[in-house]
Design a protein around this ligand. Structure first.
Ligand code: PRP
Ligand code: URA
Length: 209
């Protein structure tokens, strides 16, 4: 799939191994999610448009570049997406943050929306949606459909683990959205969990369950 980038940098792969380990504590899990989000954000922002500006260094005038237009908006899908916010803000501290609350109904696996608050000027911004897990793809598809109603300049989706089923579904529903994931896993199990995966990302970040 040409709209999918696997960000398999050695540092990311090493941290991902620690993240998958069932013996990793919530405290360490939270730090790892954040660190992986920072590293992935570096890749996902590689093609941001630049404009030339002129500044004065202490010794000369220099023509140099800054990111064009308004800064990014990041939109975490609650709850687990919140774990990636600090990490991406380390790279783009002036970004705006929107929130979309969705949970998967455990029976139907269909996403249920319970919250949505997006920056008022999101139509002037490039958006990166963040959620550690892309399983069936239902949550990401619904979140992006909702964000598209507000006409942002572009939308990217950044997750840590993806299942083939979720990648396929998201690419078909939103072929214009570039997807970044740290690893593409094998499959989903009967409960919609990614195999081998890392378990329930929200529960491991927040220490619930
Ligand atoms: C998880 C995860 C994604 C979703 C992925 O959230 O953070 O949002 O599942 O599954 P999907 O691709 O099949 O939709 P969950 O519903 O467990 O909610 P939580 O983050 O509040 O725990
Ligand atoms: N959501 C999770 O948190 N983990 C999975 O494996 C699938 C969906």
């Amino acid at each position: 799939m040409e709209n999918v980038t696997i960000t398999n940098h050695p540092l990311i792969q090493h941290k991902l191994t620690l993240l998958r380990d069932k013996n990793t504590s919530s405290k360490e899990f939270r730090s790892l999610v954040s660190e992986i989000a920072t590293l992935m954000c570096y890749e996902a922002t590689r093609n941001l448009p630049l404009v030339e500006v002129e500044i004065e260094t202490p010794v000369a005038v220099a023509k140099t570049k800054v990111i064009a237009g308004k800064k990014l908006a990041f939109v975490p899908i609650l709850r687990a997406g919140l774990g990636m916010v600090d990490g991406v803000l380390d790279l783009v501290p002036a970004a705006r943050i929107g929130h979309i609350g969705l949970y998967r109904d455990p029976e139907t696996l269909m996403p249920v929306e319970y919250y949505c608050k997006l920056p008022s000027d999101i139509n002037e911004r490039e958006v990166i949606v963040v959620d550690p897990m892309l399983a069936t793809g239902g949550s990401a598809i619904d979140a992006i459909t909702k964000i598209k109603e507000r006409h942002p300049k572009s939308i990217k989706f950044m997750c840590i683990l993806a299942a083939p089923e979720g990648l396929q579904a998201l690419s078909s529903a939103h072929p214009d959205v570039e997807i970044y994931c740290a690893a593409l896993d094998e499959k989903l199990n009967d409960h919609g969990y990614i195999i081998p995966g890392l378990g329930d990302a929200g529960d491991r970040i927040f220490g619930t369950k």
